[in-house]
Design a protein around this ligand. Sequence first.
Ligand SMILES: C[S@@+](CC[C@H](N)C(=O)[O-])C[C@H]1O[C@@H](n2cnc3c(N)ncnc32)[C@H](O)[C@@H]1O
Length: 280
Amino acid sequence: MADHPKGDGVVAPGIDTTRPSVARVYDYALGGKDNYEVDRALYRQILEIAPETPEWARENRRWLGRVITWLARDAGVSRFIDAGSGLPTAQNTHQIAQGFNPAAEVVYVDNDPAVIAHGRALLLDNAQTYFTAADLTRPDDVLGDPPVARLLEAGEPVALVMALMLHHIPDTNQTREIMQKYLEVLPPGSYLAISHAGNPRDGSPAAELATVIEDKVKSSFPNLRFRTPAEIGSFFGDLELLEPGVVRLFEWAPPGGEAPDDDLQADARRVLYGGVARKP
Ligand SMILES: C[S@@+](CC[C@H](N)C(=O)[O-])C[C@H]1O[C@@H](n2cnc3c(N)ncnc32)[C@H](O)[C@@H]1O
């Protein structure tokens, strides 16, 4: 974690430092510096019950790295929408994708004011990387924003990535309806990648821990929902789920690809799940 966060200095307009923000708490978990005391205080409470959560955040980033690498290098995808992108960290989607294909285009979408400020700066930096400031629960706003609309217009396969984002929409049916709108407009051959906080609700150590965390963060993040693997799987709609399906992130490997993180296999308390599907 960050010893000397920079967030407590000058505060950009629109940033509320009196309440924790999901993007900033996650930034702190990853060792970033764009967070405030209110974010760190909440994260300290989470650490008390689950000291391994910084490793979960890194596990999610490694999963994202495996997914983007496979899509850009092996599946020939050159258009990416990273929805709920979060604050910049090491190895962001555009850096990975453009490392394999310099022509790859990436649109980041987020509605957190701190992320939006960074997103705007990114536009000055990289010609094929764009930022859409929009609420993902309003698909018409997102899909109508010029960078997203342009990306989809070409009719070429697009990878829609929703990493640790959908669990911030509390109603599961509404989440399915929202996802349906995104899935309808994806061109054939597109991919959807989801990672999500899970609770198998089966009495396992992972289920017990997920329930305790849900309870702990309820007052700060009332919309956060840990879901069963089946519920998470339902967000892929009619798409073809790639093997190994919706599994814990450390278990996910791309088709014929690199082995997952062997060193994590033993941890029975890990609660992040994910999967990747293809639109026929
Ligand atoms: C935990 S972070 C995940 C960041 C990144 N996707 C990753 O996996 O490393 C969740 C992000 O989703 C964003 N987010 C949550 N709800 C959103 C919404 N309705 N519209 C846009 N962004 C949202 C938050 O602002 C935050 O940046």
